[in-house]
Design a protein around this ligand. Structure first.
Ligand code: NAD
Length: 492
């Protein structure tokens, strides 16, 4: 096997990646029992590497390190914490080519998207570095002379963070950067399916001088790791990005020991396209957005509601754009859309679409697996979907669009809000009164009108309803990792 791994990445000819190791107390190492899990390339289904599988003794070592790391890190001045984050951002930019390649090999997304994701991690580190120096407290006017009423924000303590495989680097970066900037230590469990890009962005921190024990990384059986870490008295905060069912489970575990949580969960984003916009232009913009990362994005536009007069022209253009998407290995320059990230997704997406079609939905394009090697699924557009189809109620998390039509704005908003999800919502209209109504009434944590851009690090990101709570990004980004302490000081 061609093994040309370098210290921080791989060359283009690599077919087997460097081992994905645990980071415990500053040391990158195998698990104590030397157990491993395979890593597959989703475009070829071939094993391309292995990831260390932590046992309880490794988790206990990580907890000890995170406790010690917190005691060190909380007393490091904010400007020095910011300095390390900024230097790590610089290292990420230097290493972008290698990191993007391992990300594509493990997760499947086209190389250009992988590069953009890695570069966004550098932006995220820098944003939190800036915010670290602005975690202000305040003084409250006292009732007596000689009393100082002081509010200080302190780091909450060691954090257990669990991040998913759809953006294995940037989802981890958001939690790491905010927690570290606030002065917390962390045990991170990135996804076992795609571990190496997250390892790369942590390595940038340790290479930039992060003290031992502040960041620890473990992999293994997710349910074993989360139950052990959340129950430990060392952990003071839980942060999760993933599906609603797993989020509810982890929030329950945290509630038993009264630990604060941040839950960035799934979505089922509505898209309202009104008849005052150019249907072809909005269809093209939405197609580019929809098929990014093969639709495996929690804010992916999914339930398309088209106003009567633009229904046909929008649908025609969108279907043409979906058919023009070039599927392939993310590592090939001609590829627009890679495979789904793992066999679970291929099975889940196929089952949801088969269920809808079985109940009478019409397939405007797609509706099938693409080829029989790799987890590829065709860009798919469904129309005339009966209300009882599962796909209208469960997050598809794949390259599929569900099209319906509307005539009345109020009824469309009601339909848009009629799921337990509340993450992202999109609308296309030029009417100011409609924009005002949508802004007020859409039940979503992030709303995009005539624009596809959501989730930049300078803007707050998070859900409503079952899509979760807590915010990442924006000036809100440190808040989940800080605790408010009030001090009344009477001079005697
Ligand atoms: P899943 O629900 O089994 O897992 C989702 C993520 O949670 C994975 O990264 C997994 O490793 C982790 N996980 C699972 N059980 C866990 C546990 N007990 N403790 C800690 N972590 C645990 O499903 P999946 O097949 O991996 O992903 C599919 C679903 O996940 C999608 O339908 C989507 O809803 C959701 N998802 C959401 C996001 C997001 O950004 N909000 C990202 C990825 C996946």
């Amino acid at each position: 096997m061609d093994q040309t791994s370098q210290q921080n990445g791989v060359s283009r000819s690599v077919q087997r990646l460097a081992d994905a190791l645990l980071l415990i107390d500053g040391e990158w190492r195998a698990s104590a029992r030397e157990e491993w899990l395979d890593i597959l390339n989703p475009a070829t289904e071939q094993t391309i590497g292995r990831v260390a599988k932590a046992g309880i003794e490794d988790l206990d070592a990580a907890l000890k390190a995170a406790q010690y790391g917190f005691l060190t890190w909380r007393d490091v001045p904010a400007r020095e914490r910011a300095h390390i984050l900024r230097n790590a951002a610089g290292l990420i930019r230097q290493r972008v080519e290698d990191l993007a390649l391992v990300l594509t090999l493990e997760q499947g997304k086209p190389l250009a998207q992988a590069k953009a994701e890695i570069l966004s991690c550098a932006d995220i580190y820098e944003w939190s570095a800036e915010e670290a120096t602005r975690a202000y407290g305040r003084l409250i006017p006292a009732r007596q002379t000689g009393v100082v009423n002081m509010v200080v924000l302190e780091p909450v303590g060691p954090v257990a963070a669990f991040t998913p495989w759809n953006f294995p680097a940037s989802q981890a970066a958001r939690k790491i950067a905010s927690a570290l900037a606030a002065g917390c230590s962390m045990i991170l469990k990135p996804p076992e399916d795609a571990p190496s890009a997250a390892i790369g962005i942590v390595k940038a921190l340790t290479d930039a001088g992060l003290p031992s024990g502040v960041m620890n990384v473990v992999f293994g059986v997710p349910a074993e790791i989360s139950s052990h870490l959340i129950a430990s008295p060392v952990i003071r905060k839980v942060s999760f990005t993933g599906s609603v069912p797993v989020g509810k489970h982890l929030a329950g575990l945290a509630a038993e020991v009264m630990k604060p949580t941040t839950m960035e969960l799934g979505g089922h984003s509505p898209v309202l396209v009104f008849d005052d916009v150019d249907p072809a232009a909005s269809a093209k913009a939405l197609a580019a957005n929809k098929f990014r990362n093969a639709g495996q994005i929690c804010i992916s536009p999914t339930r398309f509601m088209l106003q009567d007069d633009i229904y046909e022209p929008f649908l025609d253009t969108f279907v043409d754009a979906a058919r023009a998407v070039r599927l392939g290995d993310g590592n090939a320059e001609t590829t627009d859309m890679g495979p789904l990230a793992n066999a679970r997704r291929l099975e889940a997406v196929s089952a949801l679409i088969d269920d809808a079609v079985g109940r009478g939905a019409k397939v405007a394009t797609g509706g099938r697996r693409h080829g029989n090697v790799g987890y590829f699924y065709e860009p798919t557009v469904l129309t005339d979907i009966p209300p009882e189809a599962r796909i209208l109620h469960e997050e598809p998390f794949g390259p599929v669009v569900l099209v319906s039509r509307f005539s009345d704005t109020d009824a469309a908003i009601e339909a848009a809000n009629a799921t337990p999800y509340g993450l992202a919502a999109y609308a296309y209209t030029r009417n100011a009164a409609t924009v005002e109504k949508l802004t007020r009434r859409l039940e979503a944590g992030v709303v995009s009108i005539n624009s596809g851009t959501l989730g930049l690090i300078e803007t707050p990101f998070g859900g409503m309803k079952e899509s979760g709570y807590g915010r990442e990004g924006g000036s809100e980004t440190l808040a989940p990792y800080l605790v408010t302490k009030f001090v009344a000081h009477a001079t005697v």
